[in-house]
Write a protein that binds this ligand. Structure first.
Ligand SMILES: [Zn+2]
Ligand SMILES: [Zn+2]
Length: 335
């Protein structure tokens, strides 16, 4: 992207379609618009110009449309998360498959180590990974002017290097020199890149602080967040549905029975209008047994269901929902 294009994109992102001079090619709600892009998680965008550049996204990426989406979504939930999640999940599954295949390839092509040596090799790899991450982080902090923080991290890197030297020695002593010389590869569990046991700290830092690896961390984190959000939304919808239907659920009617019981006690203590009370009580008793049989029906409905049953039940349901409606009103006037 040229500097001018970048500027225009930034402007569009700030303003949305109404004020930016770059009119959107499409409305954000159009199916041709990339929903992962709207939610800042399109792999094509995030892995752009990395070793794993997967080319241009087939769907539309439009910054003005994205700004429109953000505005609209703030006012009323557009609910695009699950769409973005499914697309992102498919991509991540693909990568996970690639990681598995790469691991299998390594098992087939690399000389097998004894368990004991394998443990030692993994130790070197693990410490190398820590060094790479820490070093990348120290450089980042330094670049942002947090000199003290950066120096503290470099001290930790020095300690880790010492640990790594010992681990390497241990590994080297467990095999003939010629075998030790061979590069022992491992697959990065995040981004599928190959990491060598003899990779130096610089290369490790470039990997763990690099755009590809960090991009994959971002995509994986985003997927986890989207999964959590969609799940929470689905759960919320389920609860709402339940509540709408809920007047027939056993828990709810138990509770309203208790409420009615309490109301009756309260009124009896007051001692007035006894005749009315008795009438209410009888009515309540009738409605209680009604709600009990309704619960039985509910249970039956849940446990087994032939199509005839469900037809009959739906007839019953519409009948009980009528009585429920009038009961609801009585309950309200009682309070
Ligand atoms: Zn896209
Ligand atoms: Zn990686």
């Amino acid at each position: 992207m040229s500097a001018k294009d970048e500027m225009r994109a930034m402007l569009a992102q700030l303003m949305g379609t109404s004020e930016a001079d770059t009119a959107p090619k499409v409305r954000f709600s159009d199916r041709s618009v990339c929903r992962p892009f709207l939610l800042a998680c399109c792999p094509h965008e995030i892995l752009d110009s990395t070793r794993m550049d997967i080319g241009k996204c087939r769907k539309v990426h439009d910054f003005a449309a994205k700004a429109d989406y953000e505005k609209a979504n703030a006012e009323k939930d557009c609910d695009y998360e699950s769409d973005a999640m499914y697309e992102l999940r498919a991509f991540i599954r693909d990568i996970d498959r690639r990681i598995d295949n790469a691991k299998k390839d390594l098992v087939e092509t690399q000389e097998e180590l004894s368990t004991d040596v394998e443990v030692k090799a993994n130790m070197v790899h693990d410490i190398g990974e820590k060094i790479g991450k820490k070093l990348a982080e120290a450089e980042n902090q330094g670049a942002e002017g947090n000199v003290e923080e950066s120096l503290k991290m470099m001290e930790e890197v020095e300690k880790l290097k010492e640990e790594k030297r010992k681990a390497e020695m241990d590994y080297r002593n467990s095999m003939p020199a010629s075998t030790y010389q061979q590069q022992k590869l491992r697959v990065c569990e995040i981004c599928s890149a190959y990491l060598g046991i003899h990779d130096n700290d610089r290369r490790l830092a470039d990997h763990f602080g690099g755009k590809l690896h960090l991009g994959f961390i971002k995509l994986r984190d985003k997927l986890a967040a989207l999964e959590k959000l969609t799940e929470a939304k689905a759960e919320k919808r389920r609860v709402e549905r339940e509540e709408n239907r809920g007047r027939t659920s056993p828990e709810r009617s138990d509770r309203s029975d208790r409420d009615r019981e309490r109301d009756r006690d309260r009124r009896n203590r007051g001692g007035s209008n006894r005749d009315n009370d008795r009438r209410d009580r009888d009515q309540r008793r009738r409605s209680r047994s009604r709600s009990r049989s309704r619960n039985d029906r509910e249970e039956r409905r849940n446990s087994h269901r032939s199509s005839r049953d469900s037809r009959r039940n739906s007839r019953e349901r519409s009948r009980t929902s009528e009585t429920r409606g009038s009961q609801g009103r009585t309950a309200a006037t009682e309070e």
